[in-house]
Design a protein around this ligand. Structure first.
Ligand code: AMP
Ligand code: ZN
Length: 467
């Protein structure tokens, strides 16, 4: 019997115990990346939260099926159907076809996820591989009277769905008057959204398929409904995404899915908060757009970013700063040192304390099972490290056990790795080289050598090894 896990459900805005549709099983759908550009560390925060969720659910004893889509068509510049398709914009920008763009950014995305120890979902599905499922769903909406054609596009008729504002707590009466979005003259109501673009607004539209309404391409929202239903059925347990998806994308997913099936779509809706810089959300357009590579270039182990994200609740805003990353990196280093010291210790003279181990495990679990309270669970990690009633091997085993969800790869830590402090020096040397400050670069190199390491510049960038 799995443990009880309580999660904050955006649908209803309350902390609720998870109640799976099938005992012991959980079906989870997460909105994946739009692969027209790199994912910045803000996007990655959302995937980190989802990784922590999956690991926590599995630790609680559930058999989890995790599905994530890859958006490679249909996501326009504005979530509310305005502007050009993001994939086509990228094609123009980079002089490649959409397929090449999607392949490239998808592979970089998974590479960055791997750096962060984010586990690959059980099923990763591309929108362009599921066009038929989207068409079938739109046909069924049309048959039931929830869709209409206008100006060459097929729209969802929001006024036919009574519960439209439920997830976002929208005052639909105000929105119907056009308060939020510009009124598209082809829409019956400003809240209506495109299911299928039949007449492309753009010349030489590369991404297009035959459909009952003519050649065209799907709207963004229908993708997620069609793929979630394909792999998880018409009703499933948990749907996740970033907080920005609540008012448009997820509200639209619910509307079209529930009208097509007549059933509740997802039971629990979980949303990750934004990574912000100052007061601004980190975004691909405008503002500072930080990639994980940059953190690496500056000498940070990407897992320091994982630690940084663990320091706050997934639901709130998290304020980015290099100083906070440095603090997270120090925390990770402290834990590493404690684990490696404990691994080196002989246990011969130490007494063990199995009861305390169990208490610490139970406390850690109760915190993460309470809406993924990782900041509070980290306090138990530190308490365990400092608990002198435990033997060294108990401490190591306990940390390795917590790591099932923390995901730092603790069991693989060894003394042979290049320490973070040395990597930070290598990062500073690289920065100095980039700004052509050769004497500073040389002095960082000397420091690295003095610590017993060697730095070589290779085609893949500087590589540090122990001499
Ligand atoms: P996109 O590739 O733009 O569709 O975004 C991928 C995911 O990142 C979505 O779930 C977004 O909600 C999420 N996201 C976008 N910006 C941020 C941010 N600044 N902080 C956290 N998550 C974000
Ligand atoms: Zn989605």
């Amino acid at each position: 019997m799995p443990e009880t896990v309580r999660l904050y459900n955006t649908l209803g805005r309350s902390l609720e115990p998870l109640q799976p549709i099938s005992d012991g099983e959980l079906s989870v759908y997460c909105c994946g990346p739009t692969v027209y550009n790199y994912q910045h560390i803000g996007n990655l925060r959302t995937y980190l939260f989802e990784d922590l969720l999956m690991r926590t659910l599995r630790r609680a004893g559930y058999n989890v099926k995790h599905v994530m889509n890859i958006t490679d068509v249909g996501h326009l510049v504005s979530d509310a159907d305005d502007g050009e398709d993001k994939m086509l914009l990228a094609s123009k920008r980079e002089g490649k076809n959409s397929h090449e763009i999607a392949e490239y950014y998808t592979s970089v995305f998974f590479e960055h996820c791997a750096w962060l120890n984010i586990k690959r979902p059980d099923i990763v599905c591309k929108a362009t591989d599921h066009i038929q499922q989207m068409i079938d769903l739109i046909v069924s909406l049309e048959k039931k009277g929830f869709a209409y054609q206008s100006g060459g596009n097929v729209y969802f008729d929001v006024q036919k769905f009574e519960n439209y504002g439920e997830l976002a707590l929208l005052d639909t009466s105000a929105l119907k008057a056009g308060a939020r979005i510009e009124v598209d003259s082809q829409k019956r109501s400003p809240l209506d959204f495109v299911l299928w673009f039949t007449k492309s607004k753009f010349e030489n539209q590369e991404l297009q398929w035959d459909s009952p309404w003519g050649r065209g391409y799907p709207g963004w929202h229908i993708e997620c409904s069609a793929m979630a239903m394909e792999y998880l059925g018409e009703s499933f347990d948990i749907h996740c995404g970033g907080i920005d998806h609540i008012p448009v994308h997820h509200s639209n997913e619910i509307a079209q899915s529930e009208c097509a099936s007549g059933k509740r779509f997802a039971r629990h809706w979980l949303h990750g908060g934004f990574l912000v810089i100052g007061k601004e959300k980190m975004a691909k357009s405008g503002g500072e757009f930080l990639k994980l590579d940059l953190l690496k270039e500056r000498g940070f182990d990407p897992l320091s970013y994982r630690m940084f994200c663990l320091s706050s609740s997934y639901r709130g805003e998290l304020s980015w700063s290099w100083e906070a990353l440095e603090a997270a990196s120090n925390t990770l280093r402290k834990i590493k040192t404690a684990v490696l010291d404990a691994k080196d210790d002989g246990d011969a003279t130490q007494s063990s304390n199995g009861q305390r181990v169990q208490e610490l495990k139970d406390e850690f679990d109760s915190r993460i099972f309470n809406d993924l309270n990782f900041p509070s669970a980290m306090a138990i990690v530190h308490e365990s490290i400092g608990d002198t009633t435990l033997s060294s091997s108990e401490r190591v085993a306990l940390l390795e056990d917590f790591d099932e969800v923390l995901g730092f790869g603790i069991s693989e830590w060894s003394r042979d790795e290049v320490p973070d402090a040395i990597l930070l020096l290598a990062g500073k040397r690289e920065e100095a080289r980039k700004s052509k400050d050769w004497s500073a670069a040389d002095s960082f190199r000397d420091e690295i050598i003095a610590e017993g390491y060697e730095i070589k510049d290779t085609a893949d960038g500087p590589k540090v090894t122990k001499v």
